[in-house]
Design a protein around this ligand. Structure first.
Ligand SMILES: [Zn+2]
Length: 95
C-alpha cells in the first residue's frame, strides 16, 4: 500500500466550480462521493456551479427596509409633496 503512505489511498476527483465573479475553485472529492451541484466560492462566498458559462446567480440580498421606506413606497412622490405642503401650511398657521 505505497499509495496510502503518500495520502492517496482513495482516488480523488477534482471538480471545477465557477462563481458568477469568474472565480474558479477546485475542491476534490472522493470518487464515490456525491458531487454537489453548487459549491460556495471561497473567495467571495457566491454559489459556484460546474458550468463555467452559466454560473449560478449570486444570492439576492434583500436590503433591510425601514418602516419609512415602506411608507415612501406606498405613496407617490406627488402625494409626499402634498403632505409636506400641508404640514408646512399647518406650521405656518395657514390652515
Ligand atoms: Zn467568487
Amino acid at each position: 500500500m505505497g499509495e496510502a503512505e503518500r495520502g492517496e489511498s482513495a482516488p480523488r476527483l477534482r471538480i471545477s466550480f465557477w462563481c458568477s465573479n469568474g472565480h474558479e475553485t477546485r475542491p476534490s472529492f472522493a470518487s464515490d462521493a456525491q458531487i454537489p451541484e453548487h459549491w460556495d466560492c471561497p473567495r467571495c462566498g457566491f454559489p459556484a456551479g460546474q458550468d463555467e458559462e452559466n454560473p449560478p446567480a449570486p444570492p439576492r440580498t434583500e436590503p433591510y427596509k425601514t418602516h419609512l421606506a415602506y411608507v415612501r413606497e406606498r405613496r407617490s412622490a406627488a402625494d409626499g409633496e402634498a403632505i409636506l405642503a400641508e404640514a408646512l401650511a399647518k406650521l405656518r398657521g395657514e390652515i
